[in-house]
Write a protein that binds this ligand. Structure first.
Ligand SMILES: Cc1cc2nc3c(=O)[nH]c(=O)nc-3n(C[C@H](O)[C@H](O)[C@H](O)COP(=O)(O)OP(=O)(O)OC[C@H]3O[C@@H](n4cnc5c(N)ncnc54)[C@H](O)[C@@H]3O)c2cc1C
Length: 386
């Protein structure tokens, strides 16, 4: 493997040691049972890996996006799925950047130690989808409380969270100058709200990804749970997206290397027509092509990390890294499955599981089309298409 892929070798070694306790069979069993990798997430938490981006004053490691991205990459590269816990790493950034001193002191130490899980963020709605500024969930202030009504969809990891970030409209769209104004973010204490104005319905889906429909029926949240200023919530959510996209790019890079390693090994070992299948260029070229595309995507991931950690604008690079990495991992998944022939479909090879898991990232947390439109408009200056 080349030098760029092996940046932060000591960090990788420590993660690989931890992940070695959770082999393929562990994740396969969890997938089959549609369970949650509780023991693995606890081990990652206790070792402090999910708190690497939280400043030291709140009990985290105070490291950069580059180091955080290595954590996510290694989880996927070792055969796991960071989707079970990546929210804990980045959802706190809304609180960290825009929360009051009191909110940060109240929540961040618990999030850093893992005592509090902030793994959920509720943005997407069933009728408005990607058109976020049209979201219909409202939060109306009554004295010292906000009353929330509406519905969300695809809200992940609620069953394994104590806290959730909620985006809701606090001023009707007709009363704001720009449709991106008038939305606010709140920190929701799930123990106090589920069953008391908030109900949750799990969505069975293609991946073993814990995700839900959420219904708000006169849910009351204390006004002090508003994060930052009322009406600026959409901007706060956008502020956290570059980190989220780059971390997910790193997960895809981890997946892609996992697929390439498995495909290479199998192509060397599997003998058909009295020779390794990998001797056929029709088998080796797609693996080589996947490797090239993954390496290129990885360079863009490091570029996004470097800019982010230097506090430079990195929207274009974070989006492009996510686009390239999700594409590279999906192509590597296809190549790996094809290289394994029929055995690629057998659950015990783990390829079909990882194949399903990596496919998600063409759609969530942002679809490839929306990245293309971002680059067309914001990088190339083409007209906005919607
Ligand atoms: C497993 C899973 C977990 C998720 N977890 C969360 C979560 O925790 N929190 C959360 O808030 N959301 C979550 N999401 C939601 C996810 O972010 C959305 O599914 C995603 O942003 C796409 O939105 P949509 O599904 O409403 O698709 P739509 O907006 O309905 O789009 C459907 C398709 O049309 C395309 N499209 C739409 N408009 C345009 C356009 N103008 N130009 C070109 N193409 C267009 C899209 O690219 C997409 O391919 C999750 C989704 C999944 C599947």
């Amino acid at each position: 493997m080349n030098a760029a892929a092996e940046k932060f070798p000591e960090l990788r070694e420590a993660l690989r040691d931890l992940c070695a306790h959770y082999p393929d069979e562990y994740f396969r069993r969890i997938d089959e049972a549609r369970g949650y990798p509780e023991a693995f997430v606890n081990a990652l938490t206790e070792a402090g890996w999910l708190a690497v981006m939280i400043p030291q004053e709140y009990g985290g490691a105070g490291l950069g996006l580059a180091e955080a991205s290595v954590v996510m990459e290694e989880v996927n590269r070792c055969g796991g799925n960071a989707g079970a816990c990546h929210g804990q790493m980045y959802n706190m950034s809304t609180l960290l950047r825009h929360g009051s001193a009191e909110q940060k002191a109240k929540y961040l130490p618990g999030i850093a130690s893992g005592k509090l899980r902030l793994q959920s963020m509720a943005v997407t709605e069933p009728t408005t989808g990607t058109d976020t500024t049209k979201l219909k969930t409202t939060a109306v202030k009554h004295g010292d409380r906000y009353v929330v009504n509406g519905q969300k969809v695809w809200i992940s990891r609620i069953q394994h969270s104590d806290l959730m970030i909620l985006l809701a409209r606090t001023t009707p769209v007709a009363e704001v100058k720009r449709k991106s104004e008038g939305m606010s973010t709140f920190i929701v204490d799930l123990k106090e709200t589920i069953g008391k104005g908030m109900s949750v319905r799990p969505i069975r889906n293609m991946v073993n990804h814990e995700t839900n429909e959420v219904f708000f029926d006169n849910l009351e949240i204390p006004a002090k749970n508003l994060i930052g200023e009322e009406g600026k919530g959409f901007k706060y959510i956008l502020d956290g997206l570059n980190a989220e996209r780059t971390l997910i790019a790193a997960e895809c890079i981890g997946d892609a290397y996992w697929f390439i390693d498995r495909a290479t090994k199998y192509a060397n070992d599997r003998i058909v027509f009295d020779r390794p299948i990998g001797k056929n260029q029709a088998v080796q070229f797609p693996i080589a092509e996947s490797h090239i595309e993954t390496e290129a995507a990885n360079l863009m991931r490091w570029q996004a990390c470097a800019l982010f950690d230097a506090h430079q604008p990195c929207g274009a690079e974070a989006n492009m890294a996510k686009y390239l990495a999700a594409k590279a991992s999906w192509e590597a998944a296809n190549v790996c499955l094809q290289t394994h022939g029929g055995f690629g479909f057998a659950a015990e090879y783990d390829i079909e599981r990882k194949f399903r898991e990596t496919r998600l990232y063409q759609v969530a947390p942002i679809s490839t089309n929306l990245i293309l439109s971002y680059v067309a408009e914001h990088v190339l200056g083409l007209p906005r298409s919607f």
